[in-house]
Design a protein around this ligand. Structure first.
Ligand code: FES
Length: 150
């Protein structure tokens, strides 16, 4: 098989690895609601439950990319619903910095997303996940993953 054919084949087989930092009180419960409602969402995601979106330091997201993620979502409660009052505002502030950092290390900014999903929004959770996975599929494997040969 030629190298070009081999590369094409591997691009076709690309299955994105997406990490979702999900706030325990809203987004993680939203994932539960999606599951209980038997809504299908992409199996390309792994959920990491955190106590608040504001707890997700930008370094956690960068580490996820270094460890092989092709895309990362930080999700939390809608404004006004954060159990810790201002955690999601902090998350939004950190996200702005994170976008710049992600670009600085050579990744497309679309590889990260910040989403507000409540416990009742199972359909929204499934849609956000499916749309994001398709975005990452379009972008292809993370350049960091390719560089590290994972
Ligand atoms: S507790 Fe959910 S974002 Fe803060």
């Amino acid at each position: 098989m030629s190298k070009a054919a081999s590369v094409k084949k591997s691009e076709k087989e690309f299955e994105p690895k997406v990490l979702v930092f999900a706030c325990n009180w809203c987004s993680y419960a939203g994932a539960d609601t999606a599951g209980v409602s038997r809504l299908e969402y992409s199996p390309n995601v792994r959920l990491l439950r955190v106590m608040c979106s504001g707890r997700v330091h930008p370094s956690f997201v960068l580490k996820a990319f270094v460890e092989g993620s092709d895309g990362v979502i930080v999700s939390g409660c809608h404004f006004g619903d954060c159990l810790y009052m201002f955690g999601n505002y902090k998350a939004q502030e950190q996200y702005g910095k994170l976008k710049s950092l992600v670009e600085l290390i050579g990744l497309e900014p679309d590889r990260i997303a910040l989403e507000w999903i409540s416990a009742a929004e199972g359909p929204r959770f499934a849609k956000v996940i499916n749309d994001f996975v398709e975005t990452i599929r379009t972008l292809g494997p993370s350049p960091l993953v390719k560089r590290n040969g994972r």
